[in-house]
Design a protein around this ligand. Structure first.
Ligand SMILES: *Cc1c(COP(=O)(O)O)cnc(C)c1O
Length: 385
């Protein structure tokens, strides 16, 4: 994959075969009877929601999950007809179009439900509801004290024929620590909330697990699992790709813009934080913090790239639009491809390496790239040709 010619100044190559492989790994890990929802919020964690969604569905996922109404409609406009769950709404959102498009909607409060039902009336179609219980993540969802009132309203809406209660669901706070006691508590609270819905004659499914719980807690799979980060091949337990069954789908790379010999003793880039120790060849890469390469990554020589088959240091500061790479006496050429991060298969750094250097998580690395300037190239089975 990295052998393709670089088609742009800076390019993220997304491999749909890696997405398919990861869905297969997740399906194999999923308890019998549980379906897989591939989470494609934030434009598929930066990988492209429609292309990833299609590949995931072809590989055996049967649901897609998104955050915003716009993200849900992007999937529908992209021709995706599979069930889509959308879970974060604003007080003044208009749900008419989403209900008309058959998008499943998460509900966290009575007021929120009223807004969705108003949309259902306008759409002339029952809303598909996933009632969200706050079981301890304490973000969205209804608190246990508010749950009976929410169930009252939902049961009435079902009787009125303007809604269907598809699911009762929740989200884990500590799934990346599989034996954290809060996981068991959240599981028990979700089951209590689900049973209360059943006692009112509703027959919802139940779902709770994100990527980490999909891979480590089959007792929490219930009817549906909701992996996100693992779909993209980034390990929810922070294992490097070589130690993970998952395969990173994204490679970030760019073309060398300029190569030159520089004498000993010259300060390089803003602030002259690095000085050439001897005569050397420097390569200029046309990518910087305006593209989403964190400026902090350039401190103390922590950033490296794969260039001409060798892992080389980025020297001096990361600038808005460019970084400099020290190539010693090696013959690098303008137009050569430099890989900033990828699967690690060819020795290049990984998104996990960047996250470790920065004290953050790989989620922030891939969703933090700036698509105004980085071209996304989709490759693999099902890629547009
Ligand atoms: C983002 C998200 C997921 C997926 O989480 P990962 O850790 O990426 O697997 C699942 N469910 C909800 C509600 C989410 O917001």
């Amino acid at each position: 994959m990295v052998d393709l010619p670089v088609s742009a100044r800076a390019e993220a190559v997304v491999d749909l075969d890696a997405i398919r492989h990861n869905i297969e790994v997740l399906r194999a890990a999923t308890a019998p009877g549980a379906a897989v929802m591939a989470v494609v919020k934030s434009d598929g964690y930066g990988h492209g929601a429609v292309a990833v969604g299609r590949a995931a569905l072809e590989a055996g996922a049967t649901w897609l999950g998104v955050c915003t109404l716009e993200e849900a409609m992007q999937l529908r406009h992209g021709g995706i007809t599979a069930p889509v769950l959308c879970w974060l709404h604003l007080p003044d959102d208009d749900f008419t179009e989403a209900v008309a498009a058959g998008v499943d909607l998460s509900i966290s409060s009575r007021r929120h439900l009223a807004g969705v039902l108003a949309g259902a009336r306008r759409a002339g179609r029952p809303a598909r509801l996933h009632l969200k219980a706050d079981t301890g993540a304490t973000r969205g969802g209804a608190q246990p004290t508010d749950w009976p009132d929410l169930l009252d309203d939902a049961t009435k809406a079902v009787a009125d024929g303007i809604a269907e209660v598809v699911a009762v669901w929740s989200h884990l706070a500590n799934a990346d620590v599989p034996d954290h006691p809060s996981n068991d508590l959240q599981k028990a609270r979700l089951t209590t909330a689900w049973q209360a819905a059943k006692e009112r004659g509703l027959s919802p499914i139940r779902h709770l697990a994100n990527s980490a719980a999909t891979l480590t807690r089959p007792d929490m799979h219930f009817d549906l699992v909701r992996p996100g980060i693992a779909v993209y091949g980034l390990d929810p337990l922070d294992r490097q790709p070589a130690r993970s069954p998952l395969r990173p789908a994204m490679t970030l790379r760019c073309k060398v813009a300029l190569v030159k010999r520089v004498p000993a003793g010259e300060g390089v880039s803003y602030g002259h934080e690095w000085t050439t120790p001897g005569e050397t060849t420097l390569a200029l890469l046309p990518i910087g913090y305006a593209d989403g390469v964190p400026r902090r990554l350039g401190r103390d020589g922590r950033m490296q790239v794969l260039l001409g088959g060798v892992v080389r240091p980025v020297v001096g500061r990361v600038c808005m639009d460019q970084v400099m790479v020290d190539c010693g006496d090696d013959p690098v050429r303008e137009g050569d491809a430099a890989v900033l991060f990828g699967s690690g298969d060819h020795g290049e750094p990984t998104a996990q390496d960047w996250a470790d250097e920065l004290g953050t998580i790989h989620y922030e690395i891939v969703t933090g790239l700036h698509w105004r300037r980085i071209t996304r190239t989709v490759v693999g089975t099902g890629a547009p040709s």
